[in-house]
Structures are given as structure tokens and as C-alpha cells.
Design a protein. Structure first.
Length: 336
């Protein structure tokens, strides 16, 4: 073999390697996602939009695929799969509690009272959450999905009206159960699948839940549920979460654009969910749902019930003291 032939073969070999390298670099990263949300809801449509946007921004290099097998799974089941077969998930409030119980402080009654306070609290706690669970999970966004109210079979005007009433609470939310028991209610373990039967059989008097859930069952509930609280108890929120090994597969040069798209779409989901919630409440009110009139003093009394000095002591016992301090500081700064 002469030098010219050897050089040609070497050049061909190098070109082949370069081609293989280029081909490998262009391979798609397919991320298996879990989301247990109602079909055509803001969350369902938002996640589909996110998938399309990520595919567009990455020229098809990053694809989100939603597993139908988890469409009706519990939050606990989704998190178990997130550690094995799933790469990412849309988790709601109770699911995030499984990742880090401190996040549930944001869902405690009256801690956060409006959209601006929620945004301020999320901004303040992001570095802490990253530090606490960042070795295992990547939390892309924590977004609002509406608000939780009290639905009841009588008017709740002052805190004393809640004493001795039977309130349905998610069976996994022990911290909330302890708080409600501490203010004099009788808690009954409940969930979205059972509270309809519990209300209609007089097993509970009050539900701590989302208007969107009540609205979907309103034709069956309106004889038993007569009132909605005049105040919002806490935000309902969720997050887009990936396990670390999956997020590390995403090309670093694409991550800033994908994160920005996720931030934007999370805000859009929140706006759509809150509008849907407002419309649902208006519709139920037209069909007989009552909202009691509260004075400023009565509003203050409800907030004091849930966040007064005694409750602040308990918060510091239930959640990490630094987390509690940072959340309270963020919302207090927003209220000034």
C-alpha cells in the first residue's frame, strides 16, 4: 500500500468516526412522563403544549412521552415509578409532600393568601429545595393550580362555627389533620373518591378541597353542600419534576431554553386553572351555592386561627425551622 492509499483510508476512517459521532449527538432523548390529571384540563393541555414546545426548541432532540398506565395513578404510585420506570412527572401538592414534607407548609391554611404571596414564597424557597433534594431530583417549576376552599352543609362565618364539625381530610395529610384537630374539628379521613359518598351519607359536614373537584360532582353534591367559605384556605399547586439521571441525559446546551419554556407554560397553566376555578364557582353559585358575608374582623379571626402564635410554634415543630422562617419572611415582605 502506498502512502497516498494509506492517507485516503485514514481520512475515510476519521470521516466515518466523525459521522458516527455526529449521528450519536443528534439522537433523541425520550423522557417517559407521568401525569395523573383530568383529560383536557389545564394541566393536561399544558403538559401536551410543553411536549410540543420542547420538541420544537430542540429540533426533535428532546421528546416527552406520557405513559397512559399512570393516567389514573395515585401520587404515591407515580413517585415510586419516578424512581424506576418514569423519567419525570407532574406532581401535585400531596405528591410533593412525599418528596419533601417542608413543601406542604405552603398548603397549610392561611399561610399564603394570594397569588403574589405564593410567587414570593416559591422564589424564596427554590434554593432550599434544590439543596435538599437536588441530588436525586430536578424540580423545574412549582406552579399554582388554583385554591382550596371549605365546602360545608352550613355557613362558616366565625371560627367557632367549625368546632365539632366533621371535616374530610386526605388520609395522607397527617400534619393538616393534627392542625385541624388542634382547632376543635373532628377529622374524617377522606379523598377525592370517597368524599361524595361521605357528604351524601352525612359522614362529613365540611370538605377541604378544590372547587374544580366539587364542580365535577355538583349535580350529585348540591343537596348536601350548601356553602363555600368566603376565604381561600391555601393554594393548590404542582411541580414538573425529573429524576436526576434522566435530567442529566438532556443536552446541557438545550436546558436553558427548555427551562424557560417550562417556566412560561407553568404560568399559563396557572392562569387557565384559576380562570376555570372562578367560572366553576360562579356556575355553582347560580345553582344555589351560598357564600357567607364576612366582616373584616371575621376574616382576621380566621387567619389568626390558622396562623396565630400557637400555630407558628407548631409549624416550627412540623417543618424545618429555616424553611418556616423563610416562607413567613417572604409573605410578610409581600404584605408590607
Amino acid at each position: 500500500m502506498n502512502i497516498s492509499q494509506s492517507a485516503k483510508r485514514t481520512a475515510l476512517f476519521i470521516g466515518l468516526l466523525a459521522g458516527i459521532s455526529l449521528y450519536a449527538g443528534a439522537q433523541s432523548v425520550v423522557l417517559q412522563m407521568g401525569a395523573s390529571v383530568p383529560v383536557n384540563s389545564p394541566w393536561d393541555l399544558g403538559m401536551k403544549k410543553l411536549a410540543a414546545e420542547w420538541s420544537r426548541l430542540s429540533n426533535g432532540r428532546v421528546k416527552l412521552v406520557f405513559q397512559k398506565s399512570v393516567a389514573n395513578a395515585s401520587q404515591d404510585e407515580i413517585i415510586q415509578k419516578l424512581n424506576f420506570s418514569l423519567d419525570g412527572a407532574l406532581l401535585e401538592t400531596s405528591g410533593l409532600f412525599y418528596l419533601d414534607k417542608d413543601l406542604f407548609m405552603l398548603a397549610m391554611p392561611s399561610v399564603i393568601r394570594n397569588d403574589a404571596e405564593f410567587a414570593a414564597a416559591i422564589k424564596a424557597i427554590r434554593p432550599i429545595i434544590q439543596q435538599k433534594i437536588g441530588a436525586k431530583y430536578e424540580v423545574l417549576n412549582i406552579g399554582q393550580g388554583g385554591w382550596v376552599y371549605l365546602f360545608s352543609n352550613k355557613a362558616l362565618v366565625k371560627p367557632a362555627d367549625l368546632v365539632d364539625m366533621r371535616i374530610g381530610v386526605n388520609r395522607d395529610q397527617d400534619i393538616l389533620i393534627k392542625q385541624l384537630q388542634g382547632i376543635g374539628t373532628r377529622t374524617v379521613k377522606s379523598d377525592s373518591a370517597s368524599f361524595l359518598l361521605q357528604f351524601n351519607s352525612n359522614a362529613i359536614d365540611v370538605a377541604y378541597t378544590s372547587p374544580l373537584l366539587v364542580a365535577t360532582l355538583w349535580s350529585q353534591l348540591k343537596r348536601s353542600v350548601t356553602h363555600i367559605s368566603a376565604f381561600r384556605l391555601s393554594p393548590f399547586f404542582g411541580a414538573i419534576v425529573f429524576n436526576k439521571r434522566a435530567w442529566d441525559r438532556v443536552p446541557a446546551d438545550l436546558k436553558p431554553a427548555l427551562q424557560a419554556a417550562s417556566d412560561r407554560i407553568t404560568l399559563e397553566i396557572a392562569a387557565d386553572a384559576i380562570k376555570l376555578e372562578t367560572d366553576a364557582i360562579a356556575t355553582m353559585k347560580k345553582q344555589g351555592l351560598l357564600v357567607p358575608s364576612l366582616t373584616e374582623a371575621e376574616h382576621k379571626a380566621w387567619n389568626e386561627l390558622f396562623t396565630g402564635p400557637k400555630m407558628k410554634v407548631l409549624m416550627a415543630e412540623w417543618f424545618s425551622p429555616d424553611f418556616v422562617r423563610i416562607v413567613y419572611q417572604a409573605v410578610e415582605n409581600e404584605r408590607k
